[in-house]
Design a protein around this ligand. Structure first.
Ligand code: NAD
Ligand code: MG
Length: 392
């Protein structure tokens, strides 16, 4: 029997992390959880570690390690515990690791994902922010090292599945990303400045972490995904379309020059794209509910209204302006979303803060990953200072 794939899950306690562990648990012969990381939910990491028995854990600091040890059953061998952001990088490139699942949220996941790319790992990428902030450098690192990059973002996973191999760009007319439209797709526009974090996080079709849920409500998530698709599939921006598809059954499509459109359909359950990426090029069973075509009533599609979703427009503007602007877009959004979730700004201020940040002149060139981090840091600093202009 082939040796089990040894997996490192960065962001194991999150929504993607848990879905990944759920798929892995059904196939112990194929996968071994070698390492897991967590940032704040130490108690949850203890429970996951008891179940999945990793050899290595990554925690943010000594206090989290103390908390972990205090909760760990004394009759079980303690996993090796590594600490801090550097340990995330070291673990991503650990020679014992075959596959790195990049499931940390935000640009906090960039350094470890980039290190995995440089080290030639098999990478299951959920952390779209890494590609938004460093697309060109990231794809160059993948190419140079021979890393295998497999998208688990559902839209990109769908496109990956619908692309006939070898991929010939000239045969593709466009790729079409579907978007649910989020919880406010039919809300009166005049009410949007009063919506609460709880309403924004209540996604109609998907269950996800809080940051990406807010991104789905503003549709900045789709903007990040357009940028992600550009880098992953080496597509010019004008060949990437977005349609609102409220049912979230068609996860995305590839439209070929002969008029054929290939689509991937299924439930809104991340275990499906995760299974595909884990097993690629094979297929795996998983615990996602069975899909019955007879349950399907209607599939609707419409173009997004940019007055409702100004963040989508800002993402296109940033992408057209270049890599520096997509770093600004992403960093400003992370600050804005955190402030909205803390009820320090309004929902509609998210787009306003991003627009303010995109209007500024940012001088540094972004020709290295250190430069990406430096600009990300600077934008966060300035965006945080600007928060004072807004009030909840
Ligand atoms: P989540 O908030 O549920 O989990 C985030 C994980 O990142 C947690 O394990 C947390 O401990 C860790 N983390 C947070 N801040 C950190 C930091 N500063 N340093 C190290 N670790 C940190 O998020 P999620 O919904 O699982 O999303 C994770 C990533 O996957 C995001 O980039 C998101 O855009 C992408 N994604 C998620 C979904 C989904 O269905 N949830 C779908 C597609 C893509
Ligand atoms: Mg997605």
């Amino acid at each position: 029997m082939a040796q089990a794939q040894r997996i490192c899950i960065l962001g194991a306690t999150g929504s993607i992390g848990e879905s990944t562990l759920d798929v892995i648990a059904s196939h112990p012969e194929a996968f071994e959880v070698y390492a897991m990381s967590a940032f704040s939910q130490v108690e949850k990491l203890v429970a996951l570690s008891i179940k999945h028995q990793p050899k290595v854990l990554v925690l943010p600091h000594a206090a989290a390690r103390q908390q972990f040890i205090a909760l760990w059953p004394s009759n079980q061998p303690l996993p090796e515990i590594r600490l801090g952001a550097e340990a995330l990088v070291d673990t991503a490139i650990d020679t014992a690791v075959d596959t790195v699942v990049c499931a940390i949220v935000g640009s906090a996941g960039l350094a470890s994902a980039f290190a995995a790319a440089q080290a030639g790992k098999r990478i299951l990428l959920a952390n779209k922010e890494a590609l938004v902030a460093s697309g060109q450098l990231f794809m160059e690192a993948v190419k140079q090292s021979g890393a295998q990059l497999l998208p688990i973002d559902s839209e990109h996973n769908a496109i990956f599945q619908c692309m006939t191999r070898p991929i010939q760009a000239s045969q593709i007319k466009e790729i079409i990303l579907t978007a649910s439209g989020g919880p406010f797709r039919d809300t009166d526009l005049s009410l949007l400045d009063r919506v609460t974090p709880a309403q924004a996080c209540k996604h109609p079709n998907w269950s996800m972490g809080r940051k990406i849920s807010v991104d789905s409500a503003t549709m900045l998530n789709k903007g990040l995904e357009v940028i992600e698709a550009k880098w992953l599939f080496d597509m010019p921006l004008e060949k990437i379309k977005v349609v609102v598809h409220p049912e979230s059954i068609v996860h995305s499509m590839v439209h070929y020059v002969d008029g054929s459109i290939l689509a991937q359909l299924g439930h809104s359950d991340m275990r499906i794209p995760i299974s595909y990426a884990l097993a690629y090029p094979e297929r795996l069973t998983n615990q996602a509910p069975d899909f019955e075509l007879s349950d399907l009533c209607q599939l609707n599609f419409r173009l997004p209204d940019l007055a409702r979703y100004p963040c989508l427009d800002l993402a296109y503007q940033a992408m057209n302006a270049g890599q520096q602007s997509t770093i600004v877009l992403n960093a400003a959004n992370e600050i804005a979303v955190a402030a909205f979730l803390d009820q320090r700004i309004r929902f509609t201020d998210i787009a306003r803060l991003i627009a303010l940040m995109l209007e500024q002149n940012w001088s540094s060139a972004v020709d290295s990953i250190d430069a990406v981090h430096a600009l990300d840091h600077e934008v966060r600093h300035q965006a945080t200072a600007r928060l004072m202009q807004f009030s909840a």
